[in-house]
Write a protein that binds this ligand. Structure first.
Ligand SMILES: NC(=O)c1ccc[n+]([C@@H]2O[C@H](COP(=O)([O-])OP(=O)(O)OC[C@H]3O[C@@H](n4cnc5c(N)ncnc54)[C@H](OP(=O)(O)O)[C@@H]3O)[C@@H](O)[C@H]2O)c1
Length: 324
């Protein structure tokens, strides 16, 4: 009897044994050993065009390009495969450098970027998408979003549809589009938004928007999934009591709660141990009592940005008044 051991691929190592018996019968036994259990445990969500997206990603808002490169490399090492950046974060170069250095094949990563307001309109948006690809050092992004509902969003969306048809984006969608703004794009554009990214967390559960986007097969991606720590998030007693049952932190309970409903959070942290901890959410299931208790934390409105009613916010985004 002889054995052959053959590792393949740089991430999931596939081993196979050839068992040669005396009667010249050949048995092939294959099994995969993944060096990083967080990668194998990661749930994926199917988008409305069939693309599979990791349920949990890593956000890079407010990281300088250099810090961003370090954080994305750490995050990928920890097991994250989905990275959420934006033209406005001014750190796409950092993500691009990490993509090149990380040693993970490009098709195992899921990169999201967003077209900013100043690049609104078909022509400008098209040029800005090329610029994003150059900075990200890739031929395509996995997800391209209109970042904010201001300016010529229709032109921007058309540019994204063209990028999608040309294979420069595997899926397209929206960010911060509520109610009529969402419906209008979803009804009038050819490609239905695959993803809508909104401020979503235990205090802003987005029930109405979740019901609305379901009709278009649009998936919800959660920004600020830890409520940016506001409203006493990390000290919240309801989350603590639930977490105590499973030995989990408030962040882990809240992220598990999102993912269990097929909402895709992209928590941000610059600390490696928090990256690991925020990813360690796939080994427990919340009870129906836990789900109901978290349901009662909903304030029914956002804490950070109100794109429906806040006129000051709109004026600040449009440069009509300084940020306060
Ligand atoms: N589409 C949009 O308009 C939009 C807007 C905002 C954000 N986003 C995206 O969503 C991502 C996440 O949102 P966010 O960054 O605003 O907020 P967040 O992820 O809810 O919270 C991030 C904050 O929580 C802290 N933190 C993270 N994990 C922690 C843990 N386990 N324990 C204690 N503190 C922890 C981080 O601090 P440390 O870094 O010090 O750990 C940071 O201050 C962004 O990075 C961005 O990609 C999109």
């Amino acid at each position: 009897m002889k054995f052959a051991l053959a590792p393949q691929g740089s991430e999931a190592h596939l081993y196979y044994f050839l068992i040669l018996t005396g009667q010249k019968r050949i048995f092939i036994i294959t099994f995969a050993i993944n060096s990083n259990p967080n990668v194998t445990r990661m749930k994926t969500i199917q988008l409305n065009n069939g693309v599979e997206m990791p349920a949990l990603g890593f956000g890079v808002f407010r990281l300088s390009p250099a810090e961003c490169e370090r954080c994305v490399l750490d995050a990928i090492e920890m097991g994250y495969r989905s990275i959420d950046t934006a033209q406005d974060y001014k750190n796409e170069e950092g993500v691009g450098a990490a993509i090149k250095k990380c040693g993970i094949p490009r098709d195992r990563l899921f990169i999201t970027t967003k077209v900013w307001i100043s690049n609104a309109g078909e022509q400008r948006a098209s040029l800005s998408i090329e610029e994003s690809l150059r900075k990200l050092r890739t031929d395509y992004v996995d997800l391209l979003l209109v970042h904010e509902p201001y300016g010529d969003c229709y032109g921007t969306y058309r540019a994204m549809e063209k990028a999608y048809q040309a294979g420069k984006a595997r899926a397209i969608g929206l960010s911060n589009f509520y109610n009529v703004r969402f419906i209008d794009i979803a009804e009038h554009m050819d490609v239905k938004p695959a993803v809508l990214q909104l401020e979503t967390h235990v205090f802003a559960q987005q029930r109405a928007m979740r019901a609305l986007i379901r009709d278009y097969g649009t998936r919800l991606m959660a920004w600020g999934p830890l409520a940016q720590g506001r409203h006493g998030f990390f000290e919240n007693e309801t989350l603590k009591a639930i977490g105590a049952k499973y030995g989990k932190t408030n962040a882990q309970v809240a992220l598990n709660w999102l993912v269990s409903q097929d909402i895709m959070p992209v928590p941000k942290t610059s600390h490696k141990e928090r990256m690991a901890s925020n990813l360690d959410i796939f080994d427990f299931e919340l009870s129906s009592e836990g789900m109901e208790a978290i349901g009662r934390l909903d304030q029914g409105e956002t804490l950070i940005n109100d794109f429906n009613k806040d006129i000051d916010l709109a004026q600040m985004f449009l440069g009509l008044k300084p940020w306060s």
